[in-house]
Write a new protein. Structure first.
Length: 415
């Protein structure tokens, strides 16, 4: 196995093949899908996945798989860029409103609030994230499963009550998208995509003037671009014009290189603007700038700043990891060391494997994660330390959301 070979976890294989986790484990136990264990966790190489697909004779069940997961959609985005720099420091309040589906701890919500929007409601099923949301915002939060009609109805009615007949300006949401596959030339969906369908349902009920949808960059290459095409067409079918491109959070003063695909749509005849970058790569906010002062700060649970305790051996291993590299070879999605004098690598929580501090031999604290995501220090996270890390790793960086909100505000003012 080469050092550069891509490795997948059981969950990733299950998502690609539209199988349950148990089914993938059964194939491993039967010797049909070869895996290696790293830190007690099964990992499957791309070659092993290819061999497995060949053994299954590439039945129609697996036609949607792209084992290397490196196919890129070669097309030019139709993007309308707009300068937001003049309003960045003092955006001021506005009459515009927002609501957030799959809101998590509230990164998108907070960003739109920074941009002068009035948030009306958030919805998510993650209890600890809901506790965080309610602690940091005054408006309603609904804890529940969006697939349940009573939950959707509660969300819609809560928003409508506060609007008092006025239109909702923006409905945002970062929906899951792993349940797409192909049957011949037709995209089909499995039950995991009910969340995506429910978002479309709420859009049709609330009829917001604008839609902002956020997702991982990898969505763009799913099924060779057909998933993105379907999402655009589904939103258009509801009466919206749509533009989509990839934004880098570091361009908007977030001390982190985090790329996300952003769909912006409206039904009121305005131009869909994406915010022009505020910074060039040589101007990015670095990890040093963001968290250096926290090195001297003692552990403080009240602000989510509690250092992890590692064994002496683990400290030595963490100290030896080069910046930008992972503790585990062939598996770079977790235990990756942040570069000190650059914007951080993408912040995430991956089954306990978080980013490594570039100076101290430990993983970064919850507060350091929050800083690198651009959350302010008075934004406090609830739940166990592990749950807090999941909330931050899944969040939309507030400053990137602020930039999107300002772009929408500028579009609303233009004739």
């Amino acid at each position: 196995m080469s050092k550069d070979e891509t490795l997948y976890r059981i969950k990733e294989i299950a998502e690609q093949l539209n199988l349950s986790l148990k089914a993938v484990r059964r194939h491993i136990l039967a010797g049909e899908l070869v895996s290696v264990k790293i830190g007690g966790v099964h990992h499957i190489s791309a070659d092993a996945l290819n061999d497995f697909l060949s053994s299954q004779k590439q039945s129609s069940r697996y036609e949607s798989i792209s084992p290397q997961r490196k196919a890129k959609v070669q097309k030019k985005d139709e993007v309308n860029w707009i300068d937001i720099e003049s309003k960045w420091s003092k955006p001021g309040k506005s009459k515009y409103t927002s609501a957030d589906l799959f809101c998590g701890a509230g990164g998108m919500t907070y960003g739109f609030q920074l941009a002068g929007f009035k948030p009306l409601c958030g919805l998510d099923y993650f209890k600890e994230a809901g506790d965080t949301y309610k602690r940091n915002f005054k408006h309603p939060h609904i804890l529940g499963d969006i697939t349940q009609e009573k939950v959707k109805r509660n969300f819609v009615e809560t928003v409508e009550q506060q609007l008092k007949g006025a239109p909702l300006t923006v409905l945002s949401g970062g929906f899951p998208c792993q349940g797409f596959s192909m049957s011949g030339s037709r995209i089909i969906e499995d039950p995991r995509n009910s969340l995506y369908k429910d978002m479309l349902d709420i859009i049709s009920r609330l009829q917001p003037e604008w839609i902002v949808a956020e997702n991982v960059k990898g969505l763009r290459s799913m099924l060779k671009g057909k998933v993105e095409e379907k999402i655009v067409n589904d939103i258009k079918a509801l009466g919206y014009e749509v533009n989509v491109t990839t934004l880098n959070a570091a361009d908007y003063e977030v001390p982190q290189k985090r790329q996300r695909v952003i769909f912006i749509a409206n039904r009121i005849g305005k131009t869909n603007y994406h915010p022009s970058p505020l910074l060039t790569p040589d101007q990015y906010v670095t990890t040093r700038m963001a968290i250096k002062d926290l090195i001297k700060l003692p552990d403080n649970k009240a602000i989510n700043h509690v250092r992890a305790r590692h064994s002496g051996e683990m400290k030595e291993r963490l100290a030896a990891v080069p910046e930008g590299k992972s503790l585990y070879e062939n598996y770079s999605d977790s235990w990756k060391k942040c570069p000190w004098d650059e914007a951080s690598c993408t912040i995430k929580e991956n089954h306990g494997g978080v980013n490594i501090h570039p100076i101290e031999p430990r993983v970064i604290t919850v507060r350091e994660m929050a800083r690198l995501q651009s959350f302010p220090d008075d934004f406090i996270f609830e739940g166990s330390k592990g749950k807090q890390m999941v909330q931050i790793g899944n969040a939309v960086p507030p400053l990137m959301a602020k930039a999107i909100g300002l772009a929408i505000r500028k579009s609303m003012r233009r004739k």
